[in-house]
Write a protein that binds this ligand. Structure first.
Ligand SMILES: C[S@@+](CC[C@H](N)C(=O)[O-])C[C@H]1O[C@@H](n2cnc3c(N)ncnc32)[C@H](O)[C@@H]1O
Length: 260
């Protein structure tokens, strides 16, 4: 099988498959939505804490070995449903990366900052070949799982458990994701994200915010986050474009284009 089989063999996932996988991922044994649970607790719901990721990895490996692309993608969706950030992205997944990457030159390498389970959406990213995927998260067991996943999905993994707020990545890549991290980073240190954005060595930086508070209050935060984004890029002359999705507010920064 070609290394990039799953990336090149992209097909339009039926809305039905995503809906079914989302339903399967929605409730834990106590009837709570997994979107309301933390990642570690969600993964524990799969089995014992240390065994859960190993079990997930075995399932992904088996799906890949079966050469059943749909099974592989359904499994990705199921696991992405275990973490609130990726869970919320499932309903826009079919067009999210296609529209983000439209108009960009071909992307060969990606940095995913505080990635959570987002690398499991690699099969939906319109990247040809075997992209270098630099992924960082604070959790070691999670990031090891991500490394093995990226390899199975046909990418070249470079993963590291790292506190990206205090030690930002120093690698160079075509594009960097900073997805839904700012509200969390701001609680720790409001000065950290602007420095992180400066340090990221990528022409394109995709920075996003959830459109609804994770507490499920239903309060839409779009303009509050847009104001925060404007503060983050204040004084920088980067070109910025804004995209609004049902569940996510996204800004695409081009560090090489300047605005007046
Ligand atoms: C809100 S989630 C976003 C996940 C992912 N970016 C997405 O949008 O699907 C925040 C993630 O940041 C990670 N994280 C939080 N603080 C971090 C830090 N200082 N360094 C690295 N990762 C961190 C968490 O473990 C979690 O996976």
């Amino acid at each position: 099988m070609a290394q990039a089989y799953f990336l090149q063999g992209r097909f339009s996932e039926t809305a039905n498959t995503i809906a079914q996988a989302r339903d399967a991922a929605t409730n834990d044994a106590h009837g709570r939505t997994r979107s309301q649970l933390g990642l570690a607790r969600s993964l524990r719901a799969l089995g014992d804490q240390t065994g859960a990721l190993a079990a997930a990895e075995a399932a992904v490996r088996a799906a890949k070995d079966s050469a059943d692309v749909q099974k592989f993608r359904s499994l990705c969706v199921q696991f992405m449903g275990l973490h609130s950030s990726t869970f919320e992205r499932l309903e826009i997944l079919e067009h999210f990366y296609d529209s983000l990457f439209a108009g960009l030159p071909r992307i060969h390498s990606v940095i995913d900052v505080a990635c959570g389970l987002n690398p499991l959406s690699l099969p939906w990213m319109p990247i040809a070949g075997s992209p270098a995927y630099y992924a960082y998260d604070i959790y070691k067991d999670l990031i090891d799982f991500i490394g093995n996943f990226v390899r199975l999905a046909g990418g070249q993994p470079h993963v590291e458990a790292r506190d990206v707020l205090h030690t930002p990545p120093v690698v160079r890549a075509d594009l960097a994701f900073v997805l839904k991290n700012v509200p969390c980073f701001d609680q720790i240190d409001r000065a950290a994200t602007p420095l992180l954005l400066d340090r990221l060595d990528a022409r394109y930086v995709v920075i996003s915010f959830p459109r609804q508070s994770l507490g499920g209050t239903g309060r839409f935060l779009t303009e509050q986050h847009a104001t925060r984004f404007a503060e983050l890029v204040q004084g920088r002359k980067w070109a910025v474009s804004r995209m609004e999705y049902k569940t996510e507010l996204v800004f695409l920064i081009d560090k090489t284009e300047t605005r007046p």
